[in-house]
Design a protein around this ligand. Structure first.
Ligand SMILES: Cc1cc2nc3c(=O)[nH]c(=O)nc-3n(C[C@H](O)[C@H](O)[C@H](O)COP(=O)(O)O)c2cc1C
Length: 362
């Protein structure tokens, strides 16, 4: 049976977030914001995707106001007059094109090393100390550090709201700061923020609660999480649905509206006895709307060579309400008109993703 592509293009209201369709641009770091300031080129880049049928844009990771928040060159900030002016322009361009946009707020934690921007003189900070040959690479966060960084997440969310964004996404995935607290491999603490599951979850819950408190009840709050880490694709925070519930329900309670369940391939079953993917389980467990992601629209997948032909399996899952929204990363980097080409069945006109797509910002 051929499923109707229109499933992807139905408008949806998720709490106070009203979207023209189900297609989301996945957050992707582009390293094109010198001094942390989004440029006209960045505004045009996001605006083009909104104008070509993307319902919701999640920006690249945007650094919160902490000297050790960054780990890569030319990442944007969500603080400071110049960066916020730049973001206001991005938001205006996206809104004028009929789209919605939220920033992804980000602290890289122990990924920041001496020499990294924006403060190369600082060691990283994270749940646990890291030393190499006696040299301090990552400083274990004190209680004062934890309070300061939580306040910086809240400040970033307030800045998002004041800049006209349509919500905010907290980056809790992919082995960065929040995920470093969650994952037992990177969290060796013996205080209230380490050890058992509840303690490892405490930092994430406090970040969500502080953000919610800062932005008020109606501002959409998305939380992105992942089982996998860049250094270990087989990593697991939750080995079964009961553990996933232990992870997600306190985050929902703290104020999450929408979960963005990051997986590398959307068609993979997360646990045995069901073909639900991680976004499907997340929706079933929390009752919250969810975003799925992972190799949508890619013919060959650089992360593992799996073959994802067509979007039929995606439509099947969407049609049975396994998730609500579909995030698209690399396919949308390669082709800013991807969404409209899907809608209009112009699949032969698609520009396929290649490594070269990463060096373009059109
Ligand atoms: C160039 C690039 C940059 C990325 N940067 C981020 C990021 O800043 N934050 C994030 O959560 N994920 C980031 N990701 C992961 C994507 O959001 C997405 O989860 C991943 O690419 C899988 O989706 P895809 O198969 O549709 O590309 C990045 C991916 C790529 C390719």
């Amino acid at each position: 049976m051929t499923l109707d592509r229109d499933l992807l293009f139905q408008p949806v209201r998720l709490g106070s977030l009203e979207l023209a369709n189900r297609i989301v641009m996945a957050p992707m770091t582009r390293s094109h914001c010198p001094d942390g300031i989004p440029t006209d080129q960045i505004a045009a880049y996001y605006g083009r995707r909104a104008a070509h049928g993307v319902g919701l844009i999640i920006t690249e990771g945007v650094l919160i106001n902490d000297p050790a928040a960054g780990g890569y060159p030319n990442c944007p900030f969500l603080y400071g007059a110049s960066a916020l002016r730049g973001w206001r322009q991005v938001v205006d361009v996206v809104h004028a094109a009929g789209g919605k946009i939220v920033p992804q707020i980000w602290h890289v934690g122990e990924v920041h090393r001496l020499g990294d921007e924006p403060h190369p003189e600082r060691p990283g900070i994270g749940p646990s100390e890291v030393r190499l040959e006696g040299k301090l690479l990552v400083h274990a966060m004190t209680m004062a550090d934890i309070s300061r960084v939580i306040a910086a997440y809240a400040e970033a969310a307030r800045n998002a709201k004041e800049s006209g964004f349509d919500g905010v996404e907290i980056h809790g995935a992919h082995g960065y700061l929040i995920d470093q607290f969650l994952w037992q491999v990177t969290n060796h603490r013996h205080d209230a923020y380490g050890g058992n599951f509840t303690n490892r979850l405490r930092f994430a819950v406090e970040v969500v609660a502080a953000v919610r408190e800062e932005v008020g009840r109606d501002f959409p709050l998305i939380f992105r999480f992942s089982q996998w880490k860049p250094q270990d694709y087989t990593a697991r925070l939750a080995a079964n649905p009961a553990e996933l519930a232990q992870l997600l329900l306190p985050l929902k309670e703290a104020g999450v509206d929408i979960f963005h369940a990051s997986s590398r391939r959307y068609w993979e079953a997360e646990f045995t006895d069901s073909d639900l993917n991680i976004a499907g389980w997340t929706k079933q467990i929390t009752g919250c709307p969810t975003i799925t992601v992972g190799s949508v629209g890619l013919d060959s997948v650089s992360w593992g060579g799996a073959n994802a032909t067509g979007i039929e399996p995606l439509l099947q899952r969407l049609g049975r309400h396994e998730f609500d929204l579909v995030a698209v990363g690399r396919a949308l980097l390669a082709d800013y008109a991807w969404a409209n080409k899907i809608r209009e069945g112009r699949t032969t006109e698609m520009i396929p993703y290649t490594k070269a797509s990463l060096s373009r910002l059109d």
